[in-house]
Ligand binder design. Sequence first.
Ligand SMILES: [Zn+2]
Length: 197
Amino acid sequence: MRISDSRYARERSQLELALRMIAYEARTCTIRTCTGLSDDRIRKIYTTYFKSEPRINVRRQRGKPPTRISIYVKNPTHQGETTTLALLYCDAGLLACRLDAPAPLLLGKSVAYGHRVCQAYDVYCLLHPQRSICFERGWFLIDALVNGDELQFTRCSGCGSVYVHDALTLDDHLCPGCQRRRRGSGNRCSRGRGKPR
Ligand SMILES: [Zn+2]
């Protein structure tokens, strides 16, 4: 491979990653972090490939990226989807699934890192078309799990499966599926406790 071929392949990979991330409405600062492209170049890519195309509805997100942890564990649906995405990151080689704090497997926010995140997020979207976790939150999820202060992998006390939970919450360590089953049986019990007719 000649040097010019190598440079072409690198620039093409940067462009492809920027296109994937813009399509998911990632912020300019997030795209810049892993593509290495300038803000001006990213804006030009958006203008060239998205803004002038009326059939594509992509909005540009502004402001700081979302970093609140509560959205990931807001309810069993969000928590289940967070777990799916986190395990897809493990499968993509971005995280090691450990029960204390998952170690990052791929260091640095490189182009390869960005493509792997997009690959995992693509599968998540196929599994959950009405996705509760937007791309930016999905992106931050890796950092939150590596940090490990609040979000951690843990094992369900009911069925033994691994899921993502809020380490600061005192609960029964039940996965989203077991939480739903408990609520379902609780509802049936409370209906059964009604006054006899
Ligand atoms: Zn369970």
